[in-house]
Design a protein around this ligand. Structure first.
Ligand SMILES: O=C(O)CCC(=O)C(=O)O
Ligand SMILES: [Fe+2]
Length: 338
C-alpha cells in the first residue's frame, strides 16, 4: 500500500498526456505519472494536450490589447456590473490574497449561462452571463472557444486522475463534474516597481486553489513559484505546456494524499506578465466527500496547512466552501454574492 509521500521535489514534473487525451496509446502509464506528481508535488506540466496553438495565440493577443487600454475603458466591464455572476474586470489592487492587495489586474469569466438556465433562475452565485469588452470585440468569442477546449481537457485529466487512484475513469464525472463549475481568469501582472527584496510586491500572494483542478497557461515572463517542503521552486514557462495543479477539493477527497500545494507569483521580468488560469471545479451544489479507498482512508492529514485552515473539517457544498473563500478575496463583493 502506498502512503502519503513526504518526498521533496526540486522541480515540477512534465507529463506528456497525449495518450490520455487522444484515446490512443497507454493512458495507464500517463495516469501513473499523474498520480506520482499529485502525491509528491501537487503540480505538473502537461504537454501533448492537443489545445490549438492558434487559439492560444489569439487569446494572448486580444488579452494584451484589452489590458493596454486606459483603466476607464476597462472599467466599462467592471466587476460591480457583473453582480452575482461574479464576472468582469478588476483593476490593480482590487483583489486581495490573505488580506493584502495583489499586484495584478484581471478579468473574471465563467461558463456562459442563459437567464433561463436552472442555476441562474435559482439565483445561484457565480453563474450567469459573461461581461465581454466591446472595446476588443474578438476577445469574447476567443474566450468562449478557449473555455470549451479547456473544459474538454479538464474532463480528460480528471479521468486520468481517477485512473491514477485505480478508480473507474468516470469516478469524478459521475459524482462531481458532469456539470462542473467553470471559472476562467485572465490576469495581467505589471512589472514590479522595485527589485529590492523588502519592497517587492506579490503578483498573487501564497495561496492554494479551491476546486479540484487548475490548468494554467502562462506567457513567457515567468514568476510562478510552488512551495516544496524545503523552499520555493520556480515553475518557469515551458513552450507548448500548461501548468496543472490540484485544489483543496481533491486534497479533501483524498484526505491529503494528493496535495493542494501553495503557490504564488512574483513578476520580476520588468514587463507585463499575462496568465490564464482555468478552474475545473465540482458542481456548485454537491458535497465533496472522501473517496472510499483503503489508501485514502489510511491517510491522516496531520500536515499543518499554509493558512492553518483545514479543508477536511468544513461541512456543506462546494459552493458554500467557495463563497466563504471569495468573500475574503473581494470583500466589497460580499453583499452582492452572498
Ligand atoms: O498567474 C499565475 O501564474 C497563477 C495564478 C493563480 O495561482 C490563481 O489564479 O489561482
Ligand atoms: Fe492559484
Amino acid at each position: 500500500m502506498q502512503q502519503s509521500v513526504d518526498k521533496e521535489f526540486s522541480q515540477v514534473p512534465i507529463i506528456d498526456v497525449s495518450a490520455l487525451v487522444s484515446g490512443t496509446g497507454d493512458k495507464y502509464t500517463v495516469a501513473t505519472q499523474i498520480g506520482q506528481a499529485c502525491r509528491e508535488c501537487g503540480f505538473f506540466y502537461i504537454i501533448g494536450h492537443g489545445v490549438d496553438e492558434g487559439l492560444q495565440q489569439r487569446l494572448e493577443h486580444f488579452s494584451r490589447q484589452f489590458f493596454e487600454q486606459d483603466v476607464e475603458t476597462k472599467l466599462e466591464i467592471g466587476m460591480n456590473v457583473g453582480g452575482r455572476a461574479w464576472r468582469g474586470y478588476f483593476p490593480v489592487g482590487g483583489e486581495l490574497t490573505s488580506g493584502k492587495p495583489d499586484l495584478k489586474e484581471g478579468i473574471y469569466f465563467g461558463a456562459e449561462l442563459e437567464e433561463n438556465h436552472p442555476l441562474v433562475r435559482a439565483n445561484t452565485p457565480m453563474h450567469g452571463r459573461n461581461l465581454f469588452p466591446s472595446s476588443v470585440p474578438q476577445l469574447g468569442k476567443t474566450v468562449l472557444e478557449y473555455m470549451e477546449a479547456m473544459t474538454k481537457l479538464g474532463h480528460r485529466l480528471m479521468a486520468g486522475i481517477a485512473l491514477s487512484l485505480e478508480l473507474e475513469e468516470s469516478y469524478f464525472s459521475d459524482r462531481y463534474t458532469t456539470d462542473p463549475l467553470i471559472l476562467f481568469r485572465i490576469f495581467n501582472y505589471p512589472p514590479n516597481p522595485s527589485l529590492s527584496e523588502e519592497k517587492r510586491q506579490w503578483g498573487v500572494g501564497e495561496h492554494t486553489d479551491y476546486g479540484v483542478l487548475t490548468i494554467l497557461k502562462q506567457d513567457n515572463a515567468g514568476g510562478l513559484q510552488v512551495r516544496s517542503k524545503s523552499g520555493w521552486v520556480d515553475a518557469p514557462p515551458i513552450p507548448g505546456s500548461f501548468v496543472c495543479n490540484i485544489g483543496d477539493m481533491l486534497d479533501r477527497m483524498t484526505r491529503g494524499l494528493y496535495r493542494s500545494t501553495p503557490h504564488r507569483v512574483l513578476n520580476l521580468s520588468g514587463r507585463d506578465r499575462l496568465s490564464f488560469p482555468f478552474f475545473f471545479d465540482p458542481n456548485f451544489n454537491v458535497e465533496v466527500k472522501p473517496i472510499e479507498l483503503e489508501e485514502v482512508m489510511a491517510c491522516d492529514d496531520k500536515n499543518e496547512r499554509w493558512d492553518k485552515a483545514s479543508v477536511h473539517a468544513f461541512r456543506g457544498t462546494y459552493g458554500n466552501y467557495l463563497l466563504s473563500k471569495v468573500s475574503k478575496v473581494f470583500p466589497e463583493l460580499r453583499q452582492t454574492v452572498l
